[in-house]
Write a protein that binds this ligand. Structure first.
Ligand code: CTP
Ligand code: MG
Length: 181
C-alpha cells in the first residue's frame, strides 16, 4: 500500500473512535459516572466523565461506523483504496473503547494529582487510541489484523495527536471546550 492509501485507511478505520469524545464534549454533561465519590482525597474520575457523554458518544461512534460500512465500497472504488466495513461488535469496540480509554486517562490524572481539565501531554492525545484499538483487537482479532497492519498503526500513532490537537483547538476557539487539550 502506498503512503496516501495507508493514511486513508488509518483515518477511515479510526473515525468511529475519533468522533465519540467530540460528541461527548458537545452532548455530554449531567450526572458524573463516579457519582461525586472520592478515592484517596480526590475524585475517582471527576465531573468531566458523565453517563450521558459516554452513552451518547458511544452511540454516535457506532452510528457513524454503520454509515461508513454502507458507503465503504463506493468510496473505496472512487478513491481506489480498499476500505474496511465495521461489523457491529467492531463498531462498538472502537467507539466504546475510545470512551473507556479517555475515562481511564481521567482516573490516572486524578491519581497523579491533576485536577479536572489539567493537561497530561501524550496521554490526552493517545488514551482513546489505546482503548479503541485494544478493545477492537480483543473483540475481533481477525478484523483487527487485516486492517491495522504495522504501517496503518504507525500512521494512526503519528496522525491522531495532530488531529486531536487540531479538533480540540477548534472546539476551544468555538467555546465548546474549556481547555484547548
Ligand atoms: N464528557 C462527558 N463524558 C465523557 C467524556 C467527556 O460528558 N465520558 C464531556 C464533559 O462535559 C467534559 C467535556 O466532555 O467536561 C470534555 O471532555 P474531557 O476534556 O475529556 O474532560 P475534562 O472536563 O477535561 O476532564 P478530565 O480532566 O477528566 O479529562
Ligand atoms: Mg480535558
Amino acid at each position: 500500500m502506498d503512503l496516501v492509501s495507508t493514511l486513508v485507511v488509518a483515518f477511515w478505520a479510526m473515525l468511529p473512535a475519533y468522533v465519540p469524545n467530540n460528541a461527548a464534549v458537545l452532548l455530554g454533561g449531567g450526572r458524573p459516572i463516579d457519582g461525586g465519590r472520592n478515592l484517596g482525597g480526590r475524585r475517582i474520575l471527576g465531573d468531566g466523565k458523565t453517563w450521558r457523554g459516554t452513552i451518547v458518544g458511544t452511540g454516535v461512534g457506532v452510528g457513524l461506523a454503520l454509515l461508513l460500512s454502507e458507503v465503504a465500497a463506493s468510496v473505496g472504488d472512487a478513491a481506489n483504496v480498499a476500505l474496511p466495513t465495521f461489523p457491529l461488535p467492531v463498531a462498538f469496540a472502537l467507539a466504546f473503547g475510545a470512551m473507556v480509554g479517555d475515562i481511564g486517562a481521567s482516573f490516572l490524572k486524578r491519581r497523579t494529582g491533576r485536577d479536572r481539565g489539567a493537561a497530561f501531554p501524550g496521554l490526552d492525545q493517545l488514551d482513546f487510541v489505546v482503548g479503541a484499538l485494544g478493545l477492537a483487537a480483543v473483540v475481533d482479532p481477525a478484523w483487527f489484523g487485516e486492517w491495522f497492519t504495522v504501517p496503518v498503526l504507525a500512521a494512526v500513532v503519528v496522525v491522531t495527536p495532530l488531529l486531536h490537537i487540531g479538533t480540540n483547538g477548534v472546539a476551544y476557539a468555538l467555546d465548546l471546550k474549556e481547555e484547548p487539550w
